[in-house]
Design a protein around this ligand. Structure first.
Ligand code: ADP
Ligand code: MG
Length: 133
């Protein structure tokens, strides 16, 4: 078993899609082991996205991620990181495969409804960013 972090982003919480996303995750056999709702402060969003420092989209991304409620959750499954990236689809929803979460519900390349960790090491640090155990 391995773990990964998913975040329901503000565009999805605003459109009442938390339940839809949770349902997709559970049907794909992810076990939700931690979950909470919160609003990020700008300093926290900058820390979380530190890896994107210098990117042209960072300021806008930080503003968006602080614009509403988010729902981070730690998920458990075999090959959790890889399987979750496959389930959410490409960053740009216009390039996401049919059937992926982003294909279904994302609005655009920024407001793309969900975050998922991209490696086991990042999953570990991102889970501990939100959950203290
Ligand atoms: P992913 O979330 O698929 O891992 P990245 O780590 O590359 O994608 O980017 C983090 C987030 O930054 C994306 O999910 C998206 O919200 C935003 N983003 C990425 N690329 C762009 C872009 N070219 N324009 C606007 N926002 C972007
Ligand atoms: Mg990423």
């Amino acid at each position: 078993m391995s773990r990964t972090l998913l975040i329901v982003k503000p565009d999805a919480t605003k459109r009442n899609l938390i339940g839809h996303i949770v349902s997709r995750l559970e049907k794909a056999r992810f076990k939700i082991v931690e979950m909470k709702m919160l609003k990020l402060k700008k300093s926290q969003a900058r820390e979380f996205y530190a890896v994107h420092q210098g990117k042209h989209f960072l300021d806008s991304l930080v503003k968006f991620m602080c614009s509403g409620t988010i729902v981070p959750m730690a998920l458990e499954k075999e090959n959790a990181v890889k399987d979750l990236r496959a389930l959410i689809g490409a960053t740009d929803p216009s390039k996401a495969d049919c059937g992926t979460i982003r294909f279904e519900i994302a609005r655009d390349i920024e407001k793309n409804s969900v975050h998922a960790s991209d490696s086991d090491a990042n999953a570990k640090s991102e889970i501990s960013f939100f959950f203290d155990n």
